[in-house]
Design a protein around this ligand. Sequence first.
Ligand code: FAD
Ligand code: PYC
Length: 416
Amino acid sequence: MTKYSIFSLARNAISYHQNWEQAWRSPEPQKQYDVIIIGGGGHGLATAYYLAKEHGIQKIAVLEKGWIGGGNTGRNTTIVRSNYLWDESAHLYEKSMKLWEGLSQDLNYNVMFSQRGVYNLGHSLQDMRDIERRVNANRLNGIDGYIVSPEEIKRAIPAINIDQGCRYPIMGASFQPRAGVARHDAVAWGFARGADKRGVDIIQNCEVTAINQSNGEVSGVETTRGTISSTKIGVVVAGHCSVLAEMAGFRMPIESHPLQALVSEPIKPVLDTVVMSNAVHGYVSQSDKGDLVIGAGIDSYNGYGQRGSFSSIEHTVAAIVELFPIFSRVRMNRQWGGIVDTTPDACPIIGNTPVKGLYFNCGWGTGGFKATPGSGWVFAQNVAKGEPHELNSAFALGRFVSGFLIDEHGAAGVAH
Ligand code: FAD
Ligand code: PYC
């Protein structure tokens, strides 16, 4: 630490947060922008960042109804991996992985990307066949990963239970070494700071209440802070995308469900990787602070309540204790929920809509955090050029008419 930063740290420590340099501005909305992005989550902020950085667009606004990162971006369990089955998804998530690998340097902001590896456990012969198929497909796509035995898993994760006599015995796993976790708030803040530096107006507490159109083309939005016009609008509002689609006059094949997570009290380091299991329906990692970060499947009902039901959380904890019996003695500290936007094929919808100039990026469901940089990167190109990048062309809304679905329920399986 330099002399300057020690003095700066000491001064800021006793200044009660007064006169701290703001990481991004809080501008008043202008009357018109070249591009409006609705939704200040990671994907919306990343889109704005890449629109400014890669496409040189200067008048961009991000409109966020609450605070940036206050949606699913700040509520997820931060797992990042690219081991999806089908080529279309594998290429998209791997693009994202490559961006993650240089993201802190690119943003000059530490997003705490930690490539500690992710295990996807198998508990039956069929699980192991599916895992083998996915790992082989990944390797053909140049994505790292291999199969590990119960003994290898136990050597890497001493706290896990590999007793073969239990209800869901661990028969093996896939392991992706380059996968891991990142700090979710930092991702939102890093993209916000980077976008702001390139002139993007980030406008919080600004809810979009209507989408204006004339002759089939988008012309602007009504917001709680007035009318703002633009002929290019990107909608990136996750669980609320059906609400925004309805404003624009069409329907999305999306169901919005609560998805919960919880964290324990901080404990000493016990788990230095990420463990996921489709069969017991749970996933767990340990944060740098020491808390166990735990999640499971979506609540089965539709809803917009950011809480979730007791039965799901009970099921989650039972699953984790089944994998890690020693965690039964750890107390849980906090629980919360987000609203995830699930599609029939567990894949996102990225691209043009029936309204000219209006683009949607949604349907990431339970698995979009890992895609944040890649999603922003491809969507920026789609919005800038008015047509999809080759990495997102398969994810068009039209696939629900043509039938060219990409069934990723297996790879997205834990939370869906
Ligand atoms: P959000 O971060 O939700 O941003 C959308 C924004 O739009 C919100 O801030 C919202 O306020 C705003 N908005 C909505 N309506 C309006 C309006 N009318 N006007 C203006 N603004 C509006 N993914 C993974 O890859 N790994 C994981 O481990 C993982 N775990 C998860 C755990 C939980 C509990 C949850 C809930 C999700 C998890 N996900 C995970 C999924 C991931 O969080 C999401 O797919 C991703 O964060 C979506 O990002 P986003 O920017 O699209 O959405
Ligand atoms: O998609 O990897 C994932 C995931 C983990 C937890 C929720 N989603």
